[in-house]
Design a protein around this ligand. Sequence first.
Ligand code: GLU
Length: 477
Amino acid sequence: MSEKIITRFAPSPTGFLHVGGLRTALYNYLFAKKNKGHFILRIEDTDQERLVEGAGEHLEVMLKNFNLHWNNEEIIIQSKRLAIYKKYTEQLITERKAYYCFCTKERLEKLRGEQQAKKLAPRYDGHCTGLSEQEISSNLAVQQQHVVRLRMPTTGITVFTDLVRSDIQFKNELLDDQIILKSDGFPTYHLASVVDDHDSQITHVIRGEEWLPSTPKHIVLYRALDWDPPQFAHLPLLLNADKSKMSKRQGDVTVEDFLKKGYLPEALLNFVLLLGWNPGTTEEFFSLEQMVQHFDLEKINKAGAVFNVEKLDWLNSQYIKKLTPTDLAQRAKPYFDEALIDTNADYLQRIVITEQERIKQLDELVEKTRYFFVEPEYRAEELVWKKSTAKDTLRYLNKLIELLEQLPEKTWQTVELESCIKDWLIAQQWGTGDVLWPMRFALSGLKASPSPFEIAAALGKEKTLKRLAKAVMLLEK
Ligand code: GLU
């Protein structure tokens, strides 16, 4: 291919970024980068009724979160290009490829009702196609509300080759005379999308399958404007676990929600990559650079991609395991801030690594490690292991305190603590559970937790000894 590849991500700022949108953005980015091309961001804000304030900026922030940087500094914003769409609309009208339609809402509703009653597909009946020049000018002179419609072919077929779905054919008789300019002077998605894709010299339009039925309309528009259409690749639908279609408006599937729950951006991106694309090998982990290296459009599946949350959890836990303690603590910090837990970087780092191997999402950390910040409350009996006694437990804990007091701060680490305490237990010939259960329980107040060595290491010498002393006091009562 000698031409420069140019792709675009063209979201409508109607709310948050959906995971399907992230996938579209990612594939467009990857295809452009892989081919040393350009990736453009365009905000499709022509549907004034569905606009959500700040949604455009939110989209930009989200893309940056995933390092999906677009090439041109400038973002194309459709609402700033109304004059351009108007110019092309006028051209189409002059060339009789489009026409003014003055039909009222009431008339169109009545028409739809009649068609429904006859079990016909709803479509415009061409009522305004035959208006005379005079009728048109007098309607315009009195500023009668109107739209502009594209004159669609009524016979034959529109064919195009989709890079994912091969040859696609649509019967022209089924294509409605598409509105291209609305009564508010804004273009419809169809016109704006075609004009902008042409203006930006987009070579590949990669978008969700839900836009497939719009594509023949776009092709007719390209032809009407005497332009060559770009190549199209329609990405498979995203499906819920029960194979039902995942809706854009479904709660909990916005990218922001996933990030808030503590899915790492790199894990979420990796997961999204595999929704409908596979490398053809068993490799599952891809950094953004590796994605660029391996990505190609040929390996996109036609079949819907099931959104498997277990897989996402698994991937995320794998990515969490690979984080350095500093990185993990930094990423976990906002969750502790939100829970109003005041902590310093060093303590937080020691704490979060106790759960690093177990958690699937970062937001689990606060609850799982709360005992590091709040002294545990429990009853004396709970400190006693199975067949052991309160009296023996008291003796063990007192001896343990003596042992730990002698240990230097600098070897106060999980591995050192473990080998020292285990050796000591062997020398004393005391049962592991008899001593380690009360130790662990005194430190955590939990029946299930990380090992007492990990907890002691994270707590530090002072807090460990304090908690053990409290257990002793309770047993002495
Ligand atoms: N604005 C459309 C969307 O929100 C873009 C469709 C396209 O890529 O052509 O998905």
